[in-house]
Ligand binder design. Sequence first.
Ligand SMILES: NC(=O)c1ccc[n+]([C@@H]2O[C@H](COP(=O)([O-])OP(=O)(O)OC[C@H]3O[C@@H](n4cnc5c(N)ncnc54)[C@H](OP(=O)(O)O)[C@@H]3O)[C@@H](O)[C@H]2O)c1
Length: 383
Amino acid sequence: MPIRLSILGSTGSIGRSALEVVRHYPGLFEVVALGAFANTDLLARQIAEFRPAHVAVVDEAAARRLEGTGVGARLWRGPRGLEDMAAVDVDVALCAVVGAAGLKPVLRAIESGHRVALANKEPLVIAGSLIMDTARRAGVKVLPVDSEHSAIFQCIEGHPRDDVHCIHLTASGGPFYGKPSAARRDVSPEEAANHPTWDMGRKISVDSATLMNKGLEVIEAMWLFGMPLDRIRVVIHPQSIIHSLVEFTDGSILAQMGPTDMRFPILFALTWPERVREPMGRLDLTRIEKLTFAEPDFSEFPCLRLALESARRGGTAPAVLNAANEVAVQAFCQRRIPFLEIPRLVESVLAGAELETTVSLESVLASDAAARARAERYIADRF
Ligand SMILES: NC(=O)c1ccc[n+]([C@@H]2O[C@H](COP(=O)([O-])OP(=O)(O)OC[C@H]3O[C@@H](n4cnc5c(N)ncnc54)[C@H](OP(=O)(O)O)[C@@H]3O)[C@@H](O)[C@H]2O)c1
C-alpha cells in the first residue's frame, strides 16, 4: 500500500523537494492533497503530474485563477480552506508552509490524527506547548523535517531522556559567518539568501544569515525533544556534514551525518519507522577533508541571543520574537530596511511587548498580531 501524503506548501523549497522524493520512488507514495499560497502556475503543473484529489489555494484571486483552468480536484480556498484540507485522511501530512501562517493547519492535521512531518518550524516556536499537548492527546507522532532535528531524532530515539547530557545543534553559520560586521552593512537580499551549503526558501535563508534560524531551531528542539534550554548547545560546523549530535551522561556522543540535501530528512520523516532500501545518493566519507566545530559569536549575531532570551522568558515571548522577525525579514527582502536593522527591530518590538505567561491559541495569535503592528510602526517611523 502506498503511503498517502498531503503536502501543505507544495510549491515551496521543501514542498518541491518532497515531490522529488515522491518522483524518485514510484509506487511508494500517493499524493492525496497539495496546498499553496498563490503560485498557481507551479501548482497546476504539480496537479497535472501527481493527480491529487484535494488542492488548497490560500490567496482568493489565485484560487479563482486555478478554478478557471479546471482543476480536476476538490478546491479548498483561503486560509480556512488550507486548514480544512489539513484534515483530509492521509497517512502523513507534510507541513511545509513558511511562517506562523502554518499554525492552524498544523494543529488541524494533528487533531485529525495524522502523523505530521513538520518542516514549518515557526508554529512550534510560537506555540510549542499547545502543539505537543495536542499531539499527545491525539496520539500523533510529530516527526521533524529540519535536518538538525531529524539528526537528533535519529540519535535520541530509544534512549531515556535522563541518559541525555545535552544536544549539540549544528549551524553552518550562513554566508556571513566569520566576516566583519562592516561586510554585512550593505548586503542585498540576494547576497543574504545565498547560503553556502543549503538551497532553501527566501525566509529561512535570510534567517540563516542572521542566525535567527538557529535560535528558532533551539526552541523547536526544546519542544520536540522535551529538553530544557540549558541542555541545548549551538555549535558552528561550516561543512554541514554532521547534522547534529546527542551527548549522553557517560560522555559518549552520537552524531548523524548525511548528504547536504533536504530530500534525505524529508524521506526519513515520510517513511519512518521504515527505511528505504535504495538511497538517492550516498555520502563519500573519503571526500570529506575536515569537520570543524566552533562556539557561536553572540555579539556579531544578536538574533541568536534574542531567540535564546525569548526561549528563557517563555509564554508569548517567542511568538513576539517570531512575528517581529517575519515582518523584519519581509521588509529586508523588499529593500525597505537594511540587513543589520533586522535584530534592532526584533529587539525593539520585544522590549515594548506586553507578554503573557499562558500559551493558548488566542494568546499566541493576539501577541503575533500586536507584534506585527508594532514592527510595521517601527519601520514606518524610521524608514
Ligand atoms: N527550505 C529548506 O531547506 C528548509 C529546511 C528546514 C526547514 N524549513 C522550514 O520549512 C518551512 C518552509 O520553508 P521553505 O524554504 O520551503 O519556504 P518557501 O520556499 O518560501 O515555501 C513556502 C510555502 O508555503 C506557502 N505559503 C507562503 N505563505 C503562505 C501562507 N500565508 N499560507 C499558506 N501557505 C503559504 C508557499 O506558497 P506559494 O509558493 O504559493 O507562495 C510555499 O508553498 C519553513 O518554516 C522553514 O523554516 C525549510
